[in-house]
Write a protein that binds this ligand. Sequence first.
Ligand SMILES: [Zn+2]
Length: 358
Amino acid sequence: MGLKLAPGVIYGEAYKDLVSHCKEEGYALPAVNVIGTNSVNAVLEAAAQNRSDVIIQLSNGGAAYFAGQGLSNQDDARVLGAVSAARHVALLAEHYGVCVVLHTDHANRKLIGWVEALIARSAEERKQGRPPLFSSHMLDLSEEELDDNLGECERILKLLVPLEMSLEIELGVTGGEEDGIGSEYDAADNAKLYTQPEDVLAAYDRLNPIGHFSLAASFGNVHGVYKPGNVQLRPEILKDSQDLVRRTHDLPGKSPLDLVFHGGSGSEKAAISDAIGYGVFKMNIDTDTQFAFAKAVGAYVQEHEAAFHHQIHPDTGKPLKSQYDPRKWLREGEKGIVERLCQAFGDLGAQEKSVAKG
Ligand SMILES: [Zn+2]
């Protein structure tokens, strides 16, 4: 209660305070994947409109896209695009008057180098007396043995802590596909779609002494939007995990773990509410905002078809510049994202909850 932070990108203690605030007040923040300034600005606009704080995140593919598809070295692009996005958000966030958490999404074993390169960039910033580039990074080694997963998370968390950054880890596999990660488990191996509370306790025991981490636990959630019925959502797994950690360590409060809900697109409101009740402070949303952008642009193109084929209308002879100007149709896409996010802020109970000083 009563938490007030300066608007802009937050990290370190301020980030931890915001996470606690979400859990105490019973709401969660949408974590929206962005791929360029259009999507970043739309997320900031939506957050300001809803007077909510927000999490902005980049997948490795989104980061590479941010740098440009024409850049020949896509490994460099992943790093440069993430840095570019972080600088763009850092410059603008405070002017939208909300607090923003900056985060990178799934990184499997092959992408650890990407995360390490970004950590090195943040270390450079810290050396110059500036904030880190990101509030937190994610490592997703959920396909690996628990011990290998946690060992690597431990190593990366030790790099993050001195920079006042946090780590998100994943236990159990989120179904579906995101940037090609996770697709091989699509409904094939259902047991892996549910995190085991004992594994969560093992993660807490190893990582909590080192520093702050959040946990993407799988409770049947899936990336993308599919026909219902494939997997059963079981948010009570989150509760069982919280209970086991709390009982084992005799901790105060019902939800000691900071949990993350992946695959929020297409989720029912009841499952979202349950998850928040069990300590979820972050819900990822990507597929639904992608569709919202595409749908709005598609509608615009349909309505102004001539402008996408001719510079001058073949029947009326009128110039069509004002209709094909990319600002017109990209703006429609931005408005589509804003509209979908208004629903997300509502579903998550985040409206009017911003902790940013007015
Ligand atoms: Zn995910």
